[in-house]
Design a protein around this ligand. Structure first.
Ligand SMILES: [Zn+2]
Length: 418
């Protein structure tokens, strides 16, 4: 029986795969490109992992699967919550298809629930006992020193410690894949590498600069992933389908831009006097606020505790905010590529929970929903940032070309799975 294997690499941009394939860093990937279909792919809006992976595994947009970001507000409040796999409103492909699946390290699948096969959740996973199905695999994984995620805090202490952790996490992931390959008679096997996203955030500069002391370690991480890709490709039959992809792309980060700072500066967002800047301390004069990365919500009357925007005024305020961001420039460069209304990008039963406006940035600008920044923009520890339009998709084996648009989106992938 034909099988599908999906290899996900979080955040890896099309041009990087192309370059590493052409320069011998990823020879196995080069071979797959030579015999397959290799395309640039669009991520979700916003281009963050939880939304992109939820779209990938369900094949639908956030208006149907209900995941719009890493954080949401509790109903009728300004208190934050972290949506998880229980909030995903559409079924992932492994619950829609016949046959067993082995799914390793897909972000936003915590806590796991019973399914036909194996599921090990990816970030943000908290407790390993709730990250593994069936649960009797936990002991085996602990024996591999399995790690749910890279400890990114280490990058704030020392890049060497961080790189050691990235490498150890990858090694344990490889052990888990090798063990689970023969664990059951699966029809879909999915393995996701997420250390790539961490490396790209902290060490994009090491990728670009060959003299950087971490350049070799950066390249070696991709070399090691390519070895696994070669090993997996060698285990496939001609009628099996191999899908490789990322969830969003990456590029150099020039500066972080704080959406709420601009909203506050223009009086759309106001805090009660003598309080810390926090959503819970906004005053009724507030017309709009943003959640990460650049999701803007009108402070609607009836929807929020101190909502003040009347429905009849919503259109005017939306237009004012659209103009504000469309005109924004930093050091002579346009900051915002697109301002989307929810109806432009989402359809489905959960569209009411969608942000009223979502911004996508121009090259180099990283939009943030942080509250209480003391400037419009700054440069932090990250040197790389996500892109919405430069993810990649690589296919080898039989697939239905009618299911693959010229410019594929991350939500198109699950339809290709045999
Ligand atoms: Zn990602």
């Amino acid at each position: 029986m034909a099988r599908t294997v999906v290899i996900g690499t979080d955040g890896v941009p099309f041009d990087m795969v192309k370059e590493f394939a052409e320069t011998g860093v990823m020879p196995n990937t080069a071979d797959i490109i030579a015999h397959g279909t290799f395309k640039q792919m669009l991520s979700s809006v916003p281009e963050i992992s939880s939304v992109a992976w939820s779209s990938m595994i369900t094949g639908v947009n956030p208006g149907e699967h209900g995941i719009f970001g890493f954080m949401e507000l509790h109903p009728n409040s300004y208190r934050m919550r972290f949506p998880n796999y229980n909030d995903l409103k559409a079924p992932p492909f492994w619950e829609q298809r016949e046959g067993k699946s082995v799914i390793i390290n897909v972000p936003a699948t915590y806590p796991v629930r019973p399914m036909n096969g194996v599921l090990i959740s990816g970030f943000v996973s908290i407790d390993i006992d709730r990250s593994v199905y069936p649960p009797d695999l936990v002991g085996t994984l602990k024996g591999f020193d399995y790690r749910l995620d890279v400890d990114a805090q280490k990058a704030h202490q020392s890049m060497d410690l961080f790189l050691e952790d990235v490498d150890a996490t990858l090694d344990a992931r490889i052990k888990a894949y090798r063990y689970l390959w023969d664990y059951c008679d699966w029809s879909t096997f999915m393995l996701v590498f997420t250390g790539t996203d961490r490396l790209l955030h902290f060490l994009w500069d090491a990728y670009e600069n060959k003299q950087h002391r971490c350049h070799q370690a950066f390249v070696d991480h991709f070399r090691k992933i390519d070895e696994v890709i070669g090993e997996i490709a060698g285990r496939l039959n001609d009628d099996d389908l191999l899908i490789m992809h990322s969830d969003h792309g990456f590029e150099r980060l020039d500066c972080e831009v704080f959406v709420n700072y601009l909203l506050a500066e223009n009086s759309f967002l106001q805090f009660k006097q003598d309080t810390d800047p926090a959503l819970e301390n906004i005053c009724p004069g507030t017309k709009a606020f943003a959640l990460d990365p650049a999701r803007i919500y009108l402070n609607l009357k009836g929807k929020y505790p101190c909502g003040s925007v009347e429905p009849a005024d919503a259109e005017t305020i939306l237009e004012q905010i659209e103009d504000l961001f469309a005109e924004l420039e930093i050091e002579g460069r346009r900051v915002i590529r697109d301002v989307y209304r929810k109806e432009d990008i989402y359809t489905g039963p959960y569209i009411d929970s969608a942000p009223d406006l979502t911004l996508v940035a121009e090259r180099g600008f990283n939009l943030k929903g942080k509250i209480g920044s003391d400037s419009l923009y700054s440069k932090g520890i990250f040197t790389g940032k996500h892109t919405q339009d430069t993810a990649f998709l690589l296919l080898k084996g039989p697939y239905d070309p009618a299911k693959l648009p010229d410019v594929p989106k991350v939500s198109d992938i699950s339809r290709l799975i045999i």
